[in-house]
Design a binder for this molecule. Structure first.
Ligand code: MN
Length: 191
């Protein structure tokens, strides 16, 4: 199997000002593309060549894990956004957020706090377990909650490459800007 990078369902400048066209160009067009190219090179003629990507993430270590997980994480991240996003979640996901975090505002605050408190590069995740209970977790570097038996619903990339062109050192501002472009229909469909 050879992975190809899916085309984003919006123009590169469509997420401004939360994420600039320049950041989409570099982050999706170059960083994400490199992870996919590396993944293809690392699985070629190995037992991983025809393994589902999520299974590679669960099983692999080292460079293969890093590139497989980063390839998956970035597609998951960028396909959560929409120029028509923002607002608030509804339905079962909203009820679970209110139940497990107190309120939507409390959830947003805890998600951003987890992202700003992560030292170095990584991801902050909203995930659910098999019972629908929600968790906010931090993952260093390429870490993915799939490794812990959780089902990812939403992620914020807190690597500096995700926000430095637009927000420099202001990571909290970069994360708070994302609330305006989240497509909650996508997140609800994952729940
Ligand atoms: Mn990234």
């Amino acid at each position: 199997m050879e992975y190809t990078q899916p085309q984003l369902p919006y123009d590169n400048d469509a997420l401004e000002p939360a994420i600039s066209a320049r950041t989409v160009d570099f982050h999706y067009g170059r960083h994400e593309k490199a992870y996919i190219d590396n993944l293809n090179r690392l699985i070629k003629d190995t037992i991983y060549a025809d393994m589902p990507l999520e299974e590679i993430i669960r099983q692999a270590d080292g460079p293969l894990f890093n590139n497989a997980s980063q390839a998956w994480n970035h597609i998951f991240y960028f396909f959560t956004f929409s120029p028509d996003g923002g607002g608030e979640p509804a339905g079962d996901l909203r009820r679970a957020i209110d139940r497990d975090f107190g309120s939507f505002d409390d959830f947003k605050r805890k998600m951003v706090e987890a992202g700003t408190a992560l030292f170095g590069s990584g991801w902050v995740w909203l995930s659910k377990d098999d019972n629908g209970k929600l968790f906010i977790t931090q993952g260093r570097n390429a870490e993915n909650p799939l490794r812990d038996g959780l089902i990812p619903l939403l992620t914020f990339d807190v690597w500096e490459h995700a926000y430095y062109l637009d927000f420099q050192n202001r990571r909290a501002d970069a994360l708070n800007a994302l609330w305006s472009i989240i497509d909650w229909d996508v997140v609800e469909s994952r729940y």
